[in-house]
Design a protein around this ligand. Structure first.
Ligand code: KAL
Length: 257
């Protein structure tokens, strides 16, 4: 079997800058020969993703603004993609948000608004996007989302995002159950800590990395490329028998008690 992604089209949501996991995924898909479509929110990120995509040789990417808090925006985005390219073969959902002030201190103090914001952007958006993308996956497809250990175990400061990731994990499994009959698979990657924009401003990120170096089986943090290559596996036919799964790309940290 040929696992090149030549002739295949993938939507990548959530590239903010060159450190983004979404950008690592885009590069791996590009290397495998895929055609790429990017979505972004706001002109700042629109400019950034356009500049990055220019560095992908031979790629003529398409760009769409998509605000995942707005159903109309999601529907519009996928209707435009349908009109412009017709069929897509997969999608990488790399989007999360919680208010900065609720990512420290005690989870107990989480506000209703902050809780719903995290759930809305970080979990519900996957459901809405999967529904809008389904009609474009005419030959079947693969949907990938990004999760984190903080949804399975209590991780200091992750707080409201941990609850949102637990929701996202279940969301992914229910979608996998619904979409299997259409030959659409839905999976998640649980990445080890990477210095992305999301991690910016996290006071003790160095100590989080130090713990990985000390305790993770591989004794080192993972790279964007390693996450990108696992995304390639999940988005290609290499993983054709896999759905509803969470693959930890975390140097094995999650197995350590
Ligand atoms: C335990 C870890 C330390 C970090 C704690 C919380 C991280 C939460 C992730 C969440 C997605 C971050 C934010 O939403 C940040 C936001 O409040 C402020 N940032 C922004 O608005 C920027 C400009 C935008 C682009 O960012 C986003 N996300 O929209 C977790 C670490 C070890 C692992 C991480 C970083 C996990 C993760 O989920 O990203």
């Amino acid at each position: 079997m040929n696992f090149s992604l030549e002739g295949r089209t993938y939507v990548v949501m959530g590239v903010a800058n060159k450190r983004s996991i979404a950008w690592g995924i885009a590069r791996s898909l590009h290397e495998a020969g895929a055609r790429l479509i990017f979505t972004y929110v706001g002109e700042r990120f629109g400019k950034s993703v356009r500049e990055l995509a220019e560095t992908l040789e031979g790629q003529e990417p398409l760009f769409y603004e998509c605000d995942v808090t707005d159903d109309e925006s999601i529907i519009q985005t996928f209707e435009s993609i349908q009109n412009d390219v017709g069929t897509i073969h997969g999608l990488a959902h790399c989007i999360a948000f919680a208010n900065r002030e609720e990512l420290k201190g005690e989870f107990l103090n989480t506000s209703r608004d902050g809780f719903l914001t995290a759930q809305n952007i970080s979990s519900y958006s996957l459901t809405a996007v999967a529904r809008a993308a389904k009609p474009l996956m005419k030959d079947g497809g693969s949907i990938l989302t990004m999760t984190y250990l903080g949804g399975e175990k209590v991780v200091q400061n992750y707080n409201v995002m941990g609850v949102a990731k637990a929701s996202l994990d279940a969301n992914m499994r229910y979608l996998a159950s619904n979409l299997g009959k259409d030959n659409i698979r839905v999976n998640a990657i649980s990445a080890g800590p990477l210095r992305t924009l999301s991690a910016k401003g996290v006071g003790d990120f160095n100590s989080i990395l130090a713990e990985i170096e000390e305790r993770a089986p591989l004794r080192r943090p993972v790279t964007q490329e390693e996450v990108g290559d696992t995304a390639y596996y999940l988005l290609s036919d290499l993983s054709r028998g896999v759905t509803g799964e969470i693959i930890h790309v975390d140097s094995g940290f999650n197995i350590i008690g």
